[in-house]
Ligand binder design. Structure first.
Ligand code: SF4
Ligand code: SF4
Ligand code: SF4
Length: 582
């Protein structure tokens, strides 16, 4: 431990703690634009400078470890003046377009400019003339608003291991760009996870805003509008309205969506229950009949699917062919539901509200996303976009009464709701697969080994004299460890290290998705995850295959899991994408 003083307050922190982190322990916030709690320091913005008492030497708090007996001062007139000058310099290269910016009211640069009372600048403005990159249709890259903090580059290269972004040129001309000059983001290896947008402090990377398409559909009297919300949305959207992270607003969101004009309000959790029934059946089939096709790898994260198709196409046969839950609700809305309610699917509009930027890509990813005969999901928006729409509609989410979802694509089990957190798909699938193989229930329905925010989690459960070995990875940089173990074992002809693998591209799973409210930290991921585990814990129904509406769906429409009809509507295929060099 190290003992030191910050602004006269004694701190005791482990050796290696930075001055910035130590200050937070005693409730002192040192401003920074480049340091994010998820990322290592890059010391690129220079706003976090502090001084040692009795010295004029300035240190960068984000990357300087606190030392024994240091006496640090974080705020004095000189420090404040230096910080103000740095902000003014940043603003000299930043367009003053706050009113029309995607981050208006939510921008870290705007907030600092306000806190430091910046009204004029001593520096002449120089604005780069670089057009926005909208090529992916998921995230928009607007280099003019970039302040060169480096967060997106670090998150994309280090945390996601994709290496789609880099800095180009030098000095004043430095700019953020897809890796490779003259290359658009869609031509880069980008997997559309949106983690760069979740970590960018300004409006230089943000979600492609699709809300106008939704309002247009809602205005059209001849269009039947249906909507679904993903599990992770319900425990995060409240943050945009002053609720604490993890507050579960499911039934208020249903009510808000009805007020906005949707004719039917579904829940993606219903689709998650169906996904589990199909995926658990696939696992049981491979485990009992074709073990050479193991391990089975989950496929409900489109960024992970894109990553696999680009960097590990040799694993595509191991992927579950089952579609993701929102794609399943989309196709069932335009077939099963439309038939029941005598609605012409040609006049239906299905919206998905997701924590995810990548789902915007997934809805047109392959021919199977049109299995209903139409585009199954018409538009996908993020949690952030829905929060804005609720505000635009003047709905007071705090006081609105709770409502229920619509039959027959709304009811769900607790297993479905934990889909939104890392380990949740695995846990839900094991509950059902165990029952399918043994005819009995897992001794402990809550499978603790796959819970928590460690990057890779491993577990084993005895099933009929065998041990089923599982692994869960989240954050794409953690995937290689798991896949390498499998590939090495296969090469050496050894026993498989895992039979079932879950991967989610975003750290924490979808609760930490790229389209969730800004300000993500591990603490917030934990709270959002707890919100979902609480809902599962309090659900009467804990098993996807016991959802009576799922049973009805098979009885009336799909026949049985993995049937011809199920394969036609609920499954997809994968391809090898062009090879990318990291
Ligand atoms: S969306 Fe994900 S993969 Fe694409 S640039 Fe951003 S962080 Fe990288
Ligand atoms: S795009 Fe955003 S996160 Fe990336 S360097 Fe620029 S300001 Fe920082
Ligand atoms: S983990 Fe969830 S939010 Fe993130 S890319 Fe995958 S599906 Fe989207």
């Amino acid at each position: 431990m190290v003992k030191a003083k910050i602004n006269g307050i004694t701190v005791n922190v482990p050796e290696g703690t930075t001055i910035l982190e130590a200050a937070e322990k005693v409730q002192i916030k040192i401003p920074t634009l480049c340091k994010h709690p998820d990322l290592p320091p890059t010391a690129s913005c220079g706003i976090c400078i502090v001084k040692l008492v009795g010295s004029n030497k300035m240190l960068r708090a984000c990357c300087t470890p606190i030392e024994e007996n240091m006496d640090i001062i974080t705020h004095d007139p000189e420090i404040v003046e230096v910080r103000r000058t740095v902000i003014e310099l940043i603003l000299s290269k930043h367009p003053n377009e706050c009113l029309t910016c995607g981050r208006n009211g939510n921008c870290e640069l705007q907030k600092l400019a306000e806190e430091f009372g910046i009204r004029t600048s001593a520096f002449q403005q120089f604005l780069p003339d670089i057009p926005p990159d909208t090529s992916t249709g998921t995230i928009v890259l607007e280099p003019r608003k970039c302040i060169s903090c480096g967060r997106c580059v670090t998150v994309c290269q280090q945390n996601q291991n994709v290496w789609a972004l880099c800095f180009m040129d030098r000095g004043f001309g430095t700019r953020i760009s897809p890796a490779g000059d003259g290359v658009s983001l869609s031509e880069s290896p980008c997997v559309k996870c949106g983690q760069c947008s979740a970590h960018c402090p300004t409006g230089a990377i943000f979600e492609n805003d699709d809300t106008a398409k939704v309002w247009k559909a809602l205005q059209d009297k001849d269009t039947y509008c249906a909507v679904q919300i993903a599990p992770a949305v319900r425990v995060a959207i409240g943050e945009a309205f002053g609720y604490k992270p993890g507050a579960n607003l499911t039934k208020k969101i249903y009510a808000a969506l009805r007020r906005m004009g949707f004719n039917a309000v579904f829940d993606t959790n219903f689709g998650a229950d169906v996904t589990i029934v199909e995926e658990a059946s696939e696992f049981v089939q491979r485990f009992t009949e074709t073990p050479e096709k193991l391990p089975l790898i989950t496929s409900c994260c489109p960024s992970w699917v894109d990553f696999m198709e680009k960097f590990h196409p040799d694993m595509k046969e191991n992927f579950s062919s089952c579609k993701s839950p929102h794609a399943i609700v989309g196709v069932l809305a335009k077939t099963f539901f439309a038939k029941k309610r005598r609605i012409d699917p040609a006049n239906m509009f299905v919206l998905s509200v997701m924590p995810c930027t990548s789902k915007k890509y997934e809805i047109t990813r392959s021919d199977e996303m049109y299995s209903s005969g139409y585009q199954d999901v018409d538009v996908s928006i993020t949690t952030r976009e829905l929060a804005r729409m609720i505000k635009q509609a003047g709905i007071n989410i705090n006081d609105i009464s709770e409502e229920e979802p619509d039959h027959v694509l709304g009811e769900y089990s607790g297993a479905a709701t934990i889909f939104g957190v890392t380990g949740g798909v695995m846990e839900a699938a094991l509950r059902t697969a165990y029952d399918y193989i043994t005819g009995g229930k897992l001794k402990n329905v809550e499978f603790e080994n796959v819970r928590g925010i460690e990057g890779v989690k491993e577990g084993a459960i005895p099933v009929n004299g065998f041990t089923v070995k599982v692994a869960v990875a989240h954050g794409l940089s953690n995937v290689e460890y798991v896949l390498n173990k499998v590939k090495e074992a296969k090469r050496a002809g050894k026993e498989l290290p895992y039979h079932f693998i879950e991967v989610m591209a975003c750290p924490g799973g979808c609760i930490g998705g790229g389209g969730q409210p800004y300000g993500i930290t591990d603490e917030i991921r934990k709270k959002r995850g707890e919100g979902l585990y609480d809902e599962d814990h309090n659900c009467k129904l804990r098993y996807s295959h016991e959802n009576p509406f799922v049973k009805k769906l098979y009885e009336e429409f799909l026949d049985k899991p993995l049937s011809e009809q199920s394969h036609h509507l609920l499954h997809t295929t994968y391809v090898k994408r062009p090879e990318y060099q990291k």
